[in-house]
Design a protein. Structure first.
Lengths: 372, 134
């Protein structure tokens, strides 16, 4: 048998022309930029049969998760399903790696959307695939981090706090500095939410003075946001506003849409506390628009109530009434208040009479905030 | 020694990382070739073909999140090399195209990661020499 004949018999992948990351990124852009209906079968074949492009698609999805979790969850699950149907893709461990990475991205995005059961399932899938790759350490550590954020979301702060130091150490050993910083931030957040505010403040102050954080604009923005929040909590309101203002461009530039919306609301509260009510109104409106764009209707309703209080303070009662009337249907539909909460009837009636009941409004706003 | 296939070597818009990947692969290619030909008993032309696949794999491997520098990723390159070679030879021996001897049989029974560890020691020696020659 001739030499080449023997080589051809080995059941290996067809070798494609290698694409540079820039070239692969262009195809990935075209793929992710097209809606489901615009995506031709040819584009789908080109993109999801080429390991370089799959790698680029996954990198782009990873970067988009904070800003567009719904889109990312849908795309990552789609990539996973297409790849799961393939017998092979790329060489050696690559199919397992791509399956694991797409499942991890899907799980992380679903967690951001609050779909925790689904998120857990996708993290299980990620772990199952990553176990078969040649260097599973970094990938499995990333899955562990995603699981700890789920504990955090579920309020299991003690469990997260007990596991975080070990994971942070793993990231340090793997030279994954960004992930190690994220662990330290999550630890501070767990402390903050466990009412251990002094410890949380100390952790956040250490983080913000770490030179490594300077190149992580999104994470730095989140640290500043929470330092401002803690300053407000401790009654140092004047210190909060400059921290928030430093955080805003950092979060905007790193595409952290939810955090940006949240921060605009906090800036509004800080401005209002500072007596700058007109500016606070503008900030609340900006936050409402951001939440609406993200489809986060309960946050929109809550902030409409907050906004209406500021509008009343400016004697812009008619505008306040519009905001209340726009918020009430969501508050009822989403069951944001206990059944038969009397203040709702009082507020609706007072608005109808064009004499908004400030006490009822405050009572509802406080209750909605607690249940949020 | 060079990666011979034009489609593999010609990259437009190479990033610094991609350039480093190529450099590290070229540096390790001699050792890879020895592993494939002298240890796994592959023919020269077969080894050359597998080296192209290995390069494509290593290029993408270095782009994965959490992968250290291409130089630090070389032990994984050797694991992949031994895995590729074992699968190739097992296929040829299994289909009767190639005869096996005791030495090859023993090698094919060993875990590729184990065999790669032996080669990693050569890599360390190579690095030591390069550092001291520089």
């Amino acid at each position: 048998m001739p030499e080449t004949g023997r080589i051809l018999q080995f059941p290996q992948q067809v070798r494609r022309k290698i694409l540079s990351s820039a070239e692969a990124g262009l195809v990935a852009n075209r793929y992710l930029g097209a809606s489901e209906s615009e995506r031709s079968e040819e584009l789908r074949l080109v993109a999801l049969n080429d390991p370089d492009v799959v790698l680029a698609i996954l990198a782009q999805l990873r970067g988009m998760a904070d800003g567009s979790p719904s889109l990312v969850a849908s795309e990552a699950r789609d990539v996973y399903r297409v790849l799961a149907d393939k017998q092979s893709l790329g060489f050696f461990d690559e199919r397992d790696y791509f399956l694991g990475e797409s499942a991890l991205i899907a799980g992380s995005a679903l967690r951001l959307l609050g779909r925790r059961d689904e998120a857990e399932l996708w993290l299980d899938r990620a772990e199952a695939s990553f176990r078969h790759v040649v260097n599973p350490g970094p990938a499995l550590a990333n899955v562990s981090y995603a699981r700890l954020t789920l504990h955090y979301d579920c309020g299991r702060y003690d469990r997260a706090l007990s596991l975080l130091p070990s994971l942070a150490l793993s990231f340090e050993k793997l030279s994954m500095r960004r992930e190690a910083l994220k662990c330290r931030f999550l630890e501070a957040m767990c402390l903050k939410n466990s009412s251990r505010t002094t410890e949380a403040l100390r952790k956040l102050e250490l983080l913000v003075s770490d030179p490594a954080l300077a190149s992580e604009s999104g994470l730095l923005g989140l640290v500043l946001l929470n330092l401002g929040d803690l300053a407000t909590y401790e009654g140092r309101r004047r210190e909060a506003l400059p921290l928030y203002q430093r955080a805003l461009p950092l979060l905007q530039s790193s595409n952290q849409a939810f955090a940006v919306a949240h921060l605009k609301g906090l800036i509004g509260e800080a401005l209002r506390a500072d007596g700058r009510v007109a500016a606070a109104v503008e900030s609340f409106r900006a936050a409402i628009a951001d939440y609406a764009a993200l489809g986060m209707v309960t946050w929109v309703a809550y902030l409409r109530l907050v906004l209406s209080e500021s509008l009343i303070a400016l004697s812009r009662n008619r505008e306040a009434e519009w905001e209340i009337l726009a918020a009430l249907p969501t508050i009822e539909a989403e069951k944001m208040l206990p059944e038969g909460f009397a203040a709702v009837t009082l507020l609706r009636e007072s608005v109808r009479r064009r004499q908004t009941d400030g006490n009822a409004l405050r009572e509802i706003r406080q209750q909605v905030k607690v249940s949020h | 020694m060079e990666i011979s296939d034009e489609s593999v070597t010609r990259l437009t818009d190479e990033s610094p990382l991609e350039k480093e990947v190529k450099l590290v692969f070229q540096d390790t290619l001699g050792l890879i070739h020895i592993a494939l030909v002298a240890h796994y008993g592959m023919h020269d032309s077969e080894a050359t073909e597998l080296e192209k696949d290995l390069y494509l794999w290593f290029h993408r491997f270095c782009m994965r999140p959490g992968t250290r520098s291409p130089r630090e990723a070389r032990p994984f390159l050797l694991v992949a090399c031994c895995q590729f070679a074992r699968e190739f030879q097992r296929y040829l021996v299994g289909t009767g195209v190639r005869e096996s001897d005791d030495r090859l049989q023993r090698l094919l029974e060993r875990e590729p990661s184990e065999v790669a560890q032996d080669f990693s020691r050569s890599l360390e020696l190579l690095t030591f020499r390069q550092t001291h020659d520089a």
